[in-house]
Structures are given as C-alpha cells and as structure tokens.
Write a protein that binds this ligand. Structure first.
Ligand code: AGP
Length: 610
C-alpha cells in the first residue's frame, strides 16, 4: 500500500513530486524518497518517518530537474529505514525505481543477481527490480521494463527512470493500481489520482501487463510484445477528499472493497509451490513448535474475534489447546502458563495498551510471544519474540474491516503451518487447504464486483429503523456473528447482541418479539442442521431472520425472510467471506440512518490508554 508519483515535463519537478506525495500520505508512510534526473545523474533523497522529515531535507537537492519519481512507503519487506526507502537504484546508478506491492519471487531473483555480481544495499523485495533492469538494459528502457516484468512474480506496480533517457518514465502494473495523468506539456504516473489532481483531471487507467511510457509530449501504452494499446482518456470530477477515497463515499466502504487485494497481500509469498505454508520471522524453531503444549491468544475488539476464529483452526488442525481472552481481562489474571505456552497477541495497530500489557504478563510467566499485527515497527513488534504481519495496508476507517479479514487469514496460515510442523496434517492435507486459500481473494473480488454492496443495501435499508438486532452463529459462525454485531454497534449505535445460537433458549430468546430482526451466519457447515433448529426457534417467536448463506442453498429461503448469499467454500475458510455481508449490512444500516461511519462517536482508531 505504498504511494507512487512520477512527473515528466518542462517544470522543475522536485516540489511537484513532494506535493504529490503529500496527497498520498493517507496510503501509509514510514519512509519516503525522491529521485530527480539532473545533469546526467540522479539527485536522490531518502528519509525515515513521515513526510515532514523529507520536507525538512528537501532543499538538499536542487529544484532543477524536470523528470523524477517519488515514493511513500508502507513497509512489507524490510524495516522502515533510510536504505529500505525507495527509490532504489542499480549498481551503476543509471536506473531508479519505485514499487508498490510485493515481488513474491524476490529471494531467488536476488540470489541469482548477487551470484552475477550485483550488489544490494537494502533488504527490500523492490530493489531486485533496479538490478533486473540494469541487467536487461540494451538501450531501451521500455524493453528493459518488459524483460524485468517477465521475470517477476507477485502483484506490483513499478515506475522507472534512467539517466540515459532523461525525458521518459516507464511504468507497468500487475494487480495493483497505476494511473496516468495527462497535463499540458507534462504528464504523471501515480498509484492514485490525488497525487496529481491539483494539476490535471485527465486520466488513463492502464490494465495489467500494459507498459506505459510517458514523456512531456504524451503517454503511450504497449502490450508486452510492443504492440500499441489504445485506452480512452477519462475526466475525473472528484474533489480532493473523494479522490483519497478512490471515489467511494467513505473510507470504510473503500476498505471493504480493498479486502480482496489485502488478502492477496497477506498470502503473497506465503504459500510455496508445493502448497506448504512459509512464514518467516515467527521466532519459532521446529523444536520450539514441537514443545508448545498450550496457546493463549490475547486481543481486543475486532482482533479478539479474529483470535476466536484462530482458536477453531489451531484446535482442529494443529490439535493445540487454545484459550482466547480479551487483553484487558487477561492482564489482571494470574494465568497458569509457563514456557511451554505460546502467547499470540493480535493487534492491527500493535499499540493497544491492554494487549501490550497482556503480552508482557505472558512473557513474565515464561511464555513465548508472537505478535500478529498490521504495523511494521509498532510496539508489539518490538516486544514480541516473533511477528506475523497481516499486510492489510493502512486502515483509516475506525471500524476495522480489512485488518480483520487479514488477521483471520494470517491465523489460518499460522494454524496450517503449526499443524504440519507438529505432524497433525500431512503435506497433502495442507495443500488441499492452501489451494483453496489461494482462490479466496478472487472469489471475494467477484462477489464485490457483482454488486454485493447494492444487494446488501437493499436489505439493510428495510431494517435500518430497527431498535435492536440479534446476531447468531455456531462454531466458526459465532465469531463472525460477534464481529457483525460489533460493527453494528460501532457505526449504527443500535443496541445489538451476539450469541451462540444454541444458547438462545437459556435466556436471550426472551428478548424477541414480533418482527425482531435476527442476523444468522448460516453458511454450509457440519453444524448447519443444528443451527437451523435454533433458527426455527426464533422464527416461532415472530423474529424476522436475515441469513448469510452459501450460494446454492435454496432451502434456506423457506425459513429466512432475507438471504445474503456468499460464495461456497470449505467451512474452515467460510468466515473470510461470510463476514463481508455483515460489514456491508452494518455500513448501510448506519448510512441509512445518516451516521458518519468513518468517525463513530466515542471511538478512537488506536486505544493507547488503559
Ligand atoms: C474495531 O472495529 C475497533 N475499532 C476495535 O474494536 C479494535 O479492533 C480494538 O480497539 C483493537 O485494536 P487493535 O487491533 O489495534 O489492537
């Protein structure tokens, strides 16, 4: 989720590039850099931290060159540091590149290039691109970019400048954004429109594997064989704020729609060709993994729900006893744990005070601590023995959506990894699951692109005036129901309870009266029939049932008043899809009630106080 901007034209571009970066700050930042072609060489600046730091040193390069690229980084590989900041250059200093995304095969590529004598100066996956282009260059930057692209796996966008071709920028994308801005005697390449919106509203959206060559005169697009491609120029009428939200009405809605990409980032490079799970930096040797007797998961809010889902996977696949506890309670207990315990702390921010305190308590008791977090360099990463990054990209909406889904996926990967290492799942069994996991980002993308938001809005608008909601689920459906209820509470302010469906008859069923809306997570599972008996019980009390069900389940239409279908997948993976209609449901209930969903009352994105 980095931000890229490139400029070629007639004006000195240092400050234009910096202004572009400012507009991309919402995409995340932990370091930044600029490179401008000037007098037959690059003027290059890197800084760590937010853009104020780069601004403070900006006058170290003259504002003279008229071609340049800039980057604001959201670390995925390599810690935030000056050497890991983009742009990266090759050994000869003739090419500079910026990249957004992940080069999944960077490890073998790097080894191959090093064996040929290329010297690397960073720990990033991105630097391989500079060296691939150096190796491929034979007088045409365009051709070298194509050659590098052919060797790279993953999902990424990169833009390149060359001292030998000082009036050109070449860019290419694969499953990550790249947009061309067409000005008068100047042109732009960027990862998002806000980067150049103050300069031009004429844009071209290249597709994957189309090479874009921009000069001050215009933009040309080619396919990988060098044949010209025609794409229409479009005019955007967004204001600055709409542009930051990529045209969505809120950050939350944008982030819900970013979930397929976020899931792809979480998976990137973590499933090997043989289908096994590859997790680096866990801080767990095979011996340590075998010695684990107990797992304790600590987290708050949405992250706690991801922990509950993790429990099902760790128990079922890795046969480990797992306790999940809200961190604010765990920190004041006297837990009976020791050095055979693995404590997993889940926190998107990595800064939640209660979760950090719970981690410290577990560590004092002798447990090893693994942090599952979205933020590189956060406090949780500094205090843990190992880290599993969720790679959701920066989340701005206070109500967590894409960070939840990526936490859930990270926990599934971890459970499969531990299950195989402990001998509870065979490589073939693991492969069966990882093969299906690979399909999830695409299934979710298709679901969202087929108009899920509009479908859910239709149903949500009917129930928006409700005074109370009940959410029900069983087994893996229960954490999903809990998360759906939390979303409703956070952004619509409607009192909502979530319960294990089998527990209804022990009390909560008394809440129901004629017309009470009950959301049920009813995707296909071994416990579906039992759940349906519970649904009959609530129907008999006059409740209106809104069911989230697997595509193809026509029978449920006879019981439920409304059905929100999601693609059918293995029940262990189904929460990755079934929670999305609940996010959308909460979203549209809130919107229909006129609430401001991005900044719900009384809430903060990161809770750094007890
Ligand atoms: C989720 O929508 C909330 N914003 C909140 O429950 C959040 O999940 C909780 O505060 C934990 O935050 P963390 O993941 O950053 O630790």
């Amino acid at each position: 989720m980095c931000g890229i901007v490139g400029y070629v034209g007639r004006r000195p571009c240092r400050d234009i590039l910096f202004d572009g970066l400012r507009k991309l700050e919402y995409r995340g930042y932990d370091s930044a850099g600029i490179s401008v072609v000037q007098d037959g060489r690059f003027s290059l600046l890197h800084s760590v931290g937010n853009l104020d730091n780069l601004e403070g040193i900006l006058d170290q390069i003259e504002n003279g060159g008229t071609t340049g690229i800039a980057h604001t980084r959201w670390a995925t590989h390599g810690r935030p540091s000056s050497e890991n900041a983009h742009p990266h250059t090759d050994c000869s200093g003739r090419f500079a590149i910026v990249l957004n995304g992940i080069v999944e095969n960077y490890v073998p590529l790097r080894a191959e290039l090093q064996a040929e004598g290329h010297e690397f100066t960073s720990q990033t996956d991105a630097e391989v691109v500079a060296h691939l282009i150096e190796r491929a260059y034979q007088g045409s930057l365009h051709e070298a970019v194509v050659e590098a692209y052919r060797q790279m796996e993953g999902h990424f966008t990169y833009c390149v400048i060359a001292v030998d071709e000082p009036d050109v920028i070449v860019g290419i994308r694969k499953e990550t954004p790249l947009v061309v801005g067409l000005g008068d005697g100047e042109n732009y390449l960027a990862s998002a429109i806000p980067a150049f919106l103050s300069q031009t509203r004429s844009v071209i959206f290249p597709e994957d594997a189309e090479v874009v060559v921009i000069t001050s005169e215009g933009a040309e697009l080619f396919d990988l064989d060098g044949l010209p491609v025609r794409r229409d120029t479009q005019t955007v009428d967004w204001d600055d704020e709409a542009a930051e939200k990529a045209g969505y009405e809120t950050f939350m809605l944008k982030e819900i729609h970013e979930q397929p990409t976020s899931l792809a980032e979480t998976l990137a490079g973590r499933i090997a060709h043989d289908g096994s799970v590859v997790l680096e930096d866990l801080g767990l040797t095979p011996e340590l993994i075998r010695e684990i007797e107990q797992v304790v998961i600590v987290a708050c809010g949405t992250s706690y729900h991801a922990g509950l889902l993790g429990k099902y996977a760790l128990e079922r696949w890795a046969r480990l006893p797992v306790e999940v506890e809200v961190a604010s309670e765990f920190r004041y207990r006297e837990p009976v744990i020791g050095d055979d315990c693995l404590c997993i702390a889940i926190s998107q921010s990595g800064e939640t005070a209660d979760t950090l305190a719970a981690m410290r308590l577990a560590r004092q008791a002798g447990a090893g601590v693994l942090a599952v977090t979205n933020i590189v360099g956060s406090q949780a990463t500094r205090e843990a023995d190992g880290v599993l990054f969720t790679r959701a990209g920066l989340e701005i909406g206070v109500a967590a959506t894409k960070t939840f889904l990526t936490q859930e996926l990270a926990m599934l990967l971890l459970a499969l990894y531990l299950a195989e290492a402990r001998g509870h799942l065979s490589p073939t069994e693991v492969r069966a699951f990882t093969d299906q996991l690979r399909t999830i980002p695409g299934l979710l993308r298709d679901y969202l692109e087929a108009g899920a938001a509009a479908t859910v809005n239709e149903v949500a608008s009917v129930y928006a005036p409700s005074r109370f909601f009940l959410c029900l689920g069983r087994n893996l459906g229960l954490p999903v129901a809990l998360e759906g209820a939390l979303k409703l509470k956070e952004i619509s302010y409607i009192p909502t309870d979530a319960y294990a469906a089998g527990e209804m008859k022990h009390g909560p069923i008394a809440l129901l009266e004629e017309g009470s809306p009950v959301l049920v997570v009813a995707t296909d599972s071994f416990i579906y029939d039992k759940l349906m008996s519970n649904v009959q019980e609530v129907k008999a009390r006059g409740a209106r049932v809104i069911a989230v069900a697997s595509q193809g389940n026509k029978g449920i239409e006879e019981i439920a008043d409304d059905v929100l279908y999601v693609p059918k997948v293995h029940e262990m993976l189904s929460p990755l899809l079934s929670v999305v209609p609940l996010q959308l449901f909460a979203y549209y209930v809130a919107k229909n009630r006129g609430e401001k969903v991005d900044q719900p009352r009384n809430l903060a994105k990161t809770v750094t106080v007890e």
